[in-house]
Design a protein around this ligand. Structure first.
Ligand SMILES: *[C@@H]1O[C@H](CO)[C@@H](O)[C@H](O)[C@H]1NC(C)=O
Ligand SMILES: *[C@@H]1O[C@H](CO)[C@@H](O)[C@H](O)[C@H]1NC(C)=O
Ligand SMILES: *[C@@H]1O[C@H](CO)[C@@H](O)[C@H](O)[C@H]1NC(C)=O
Ligand SMILES: *[C@@H]1O[C@H](CO)[C@@H](O)[C@H](O)[C@H]1NC(C)=O
Length: 380
C-alpha cells in the first residue's frame, strides 16, 4: 500500500514536469485554457488581479496539492483570497488604493504537491516562502512573470532537475534559497551577475566549477556547502571585499586553491572551507580578513605552521583547524582556538594529535598539489 501511494506521487510529479516543460515553450500563454479552475459566474472581484490570484491559488489547491496534513489550505475557499491562511495582501506600491496579493508563506506546511504554471498569475507577489514542504518537480517557467518577487525560499522540498533558470529572470529578486533539494548539474554563471543579497544552494547535487565571474556577485551571504565543485575559488573574489559577510564552502570538493585575494575580504565574519581537499600551508593572506569571527579550515590536508597573524586577528572567536597535518601552532592561538579545535594534527606537545606513524606516512607522500598557482599559497 505504501509502495502504491509512493508510486502514485512519483507518477503525478512526472506528469507535472511534462506540463511545466510544455509551458516553458510558451511563457506568454494565457491561463484561461485547460488546467485552471473556473470562477463562479456571480462572483465579483475588486480587480482583475484578485481574480487572477483566485485562479492561481485555487488551481494550486485543487489540482496540484495532494496532501496538506496541517490543513493550511482548508480555508482556501471562496473569492476573498486575502483571508486565506498563508496569503498576505498589501496595497500596490504605485497605487495605494489597490490591494494585491503580496505574499504567500506556507513555511513548515509539510504540504505535498507541485507548483502549477498558474502561479505565474500572482504577478504582484513580493514574497514566496515554501520552506519545509514536500513540493516536487521543477519550477514553472511562468514564474518569470513575478516581476516584483523579492524573496524566494524553496528550501527543504523535493524539487529536482537543472538549476531553475527562471530565477535569473526575476528582476526584483534579492534573496534566493534553494537549499536542501535535489537540484543537479551546473549553476549558470549568470547567477553571479544578478543583484542578489543572499544565495543558499547548499545540500543539492550541483556539480560545477565556480565561474570566474563569481566575484561580480554583490551577496553578503553565500552558502554553497555540500555540493561538488572541485577546483578553485576564483581571484575575482577580491571584488567582494566591500560586501561579503559570510561564505560557507563546507564539503564542496575544493582542492588546493585559495587565491591570495581572500585577504581582501575585509568585511567577512564567517569563512568556512572545512571538509575539502585543501593542501599546502594556510595562506598568510587569511590575516587580511580583519573582521573574521568564525574561521574553520578543519578536515583538509593543510600543513606547516599556523601563521601567527591569523591567530592574532582582533575579532577571531572560533578558529578550528582540526584534522589537518599542521606541525606548528603559535602560543597566541590559545585565545581563539576552542578546546579540540586543533586536535588530530601533527602538533608537538598538544593533546589528541595523530600518531607519529600517521604523520610520517603523510609527509613521506604528501598530496600532489594540482595547480601551478599553488605557489601563490606560500606564506610571504
Ligand atoms: C485536518 O483536518 C482533518 C479533517 O477535518 C482532521 O482529521 C485533522 O485532524 C486535521 N489536522 C490538523 C493538524 O488539524
Ligand atoms: C475576511 O476578513 C475580513 C477582515 O477580517 C472580514 O471582515 C470578512 O468577513 C472575511 N471574509 C470572509 C469571507 O471570511
Ligand atoms: C574586479 O572586477 C573588475 C571589473 O570587472 C576586473 O577587471 C578585476 O580584475 C576584478 N578584480 C579582481 C580582484 O578580480
Ligand atoms: C566553533 O566552530 C565549530 C564549527 O565551525 C563549531 O562546531 C563549534 O561548536 C564552535 N565552537 C564554539 C566554542 O563556538
Amino acid at each position: 500500500m505504501r509502495g502504491a501511494v509512493f508510486l502514485l506521487v512519483v507518477v503525478v510529479c512526472a506528469a507535472a514536469a511534462v506540463v511545466v516543460a510544455g509551458g516553458a515553450a510558451a511563457v506568454a500563454v494565457d491561463f484561461s485554457g485547460d488546467g485552471a479552475v473556473a470562477v463562479e459566474a456571480g462572483w465579483r472581484f475588486p480587480s482583475s488581479r484578485m481574480r487572477d490570484a483566485y485562479v492561481a491559488l485555487q488551481t494550486w489547491k485543487q489540482e496540484a496539492i495532494f496532501s496538506d496534513p496541517n490543513n493550511l489550505t482548508a480555508d482556501w475557499v471562496g473569492p476573498e483570497v486575502c483571508n486565506y491562511t498563508g496569503v498576505f495582501c498589501a496595497p500596490l506600491p504605485w497605487d495605494r488604493r489597490v490591494l494585491a496579493v503580496a505574499g504567500v508563506d506556507l513555511n513548515h506546511g509539510d504540504i505535498a504537491g507541485y507548483l502549477p504554471p498558474e502561479l505565474g498569475l500572482l504577478g504582484d507577489l513580493a514574497l514566496l516562502h515554501l520552506n519545509s514542504n514536500r513540493f516536487c518537480g521543477v519550477l514553472p517557467a511562468t514564474l518569470r512573470r513575478l516581476r516584483l518577487l523579492h524573496e524566494l525560499d524553496l528550501s527543504n522540498n523535493r524539487f529536482v532537475g537543472a538549476f531553475p533558470d527562471v530565477v535569473l529572470h526575476m528582476p526584483a529578486l534579492r534573496f534566493l534559497d534553494l537549499r536542501f533539494n535535489d537540484f543537479e548539474g551546473a549553476v549558470p554563471r549568470q547567477l553571479f551577475d544578478r543583484p542578489l543579497d543572499a544565495i543558499f544552494l547548499n545540500h543539492n547535487r550541483f556539480r560545477f566549477d565556480i565561474p570566474d565571474n563569481f566575484g561580480n556577485s554583490p551577496v553578503s551571504v553565500i552558502v554553497l556547502a555540500h555540493n561538488s565543485f572541485g577546483g578553485c575559488l576564483p581571484a575575482s573574489l577580491g571584488n567582494m571585499s566591500g560586501t561579503l559577510n559570510e561564505i560557507l564552502l563546507i564539503n564542496t570538493g575544493l582542492n588546493s586553491c585559495l587565491p591570495p585575494e581572500i585577504g581582501m575580504l575585509r568585511e567577512v565574519t564567517v569563512f568556512d572551507v572545512s571538509f575539502n581537499q585543501l593542501a599546502g600551508p594556510l595562506p598568510s593572506a587569511v590575516a587580511g580578513m580583519r573582521k573574521v569571527e568564525q574561521l574553520d579550515v578543519a578536515h583538509n590536508l593543510l600543513t606547516g605552521t599556523i601563521p601567527q597573524a591569523v591567530c592574532e586577528l582582533p575579532r577571531l572567536k572560533n578558529f578550528t583547524f582540526a584534522y589537518n597535518f599542521f606541525t606548528g601552532e603559535p602560543p597566541s592561538c590559545a585565545r581563539s582556538v576552542p578546546r579540540d579545535g586543533d586536535r588530530r594534527n601533527c602538533l608537538p606537545n598538544r593533546p589528541a594529535q595523530r600518531t607519529l606513524q600517521q604523520c610520517a606516512a603523510f609527509f613521506a607522500r604528501p598530496p600532489a598539489l594540482p595547480f601551478e598557482d599553488y605557489i601563490l599559497l606560500r606564506p610571504n
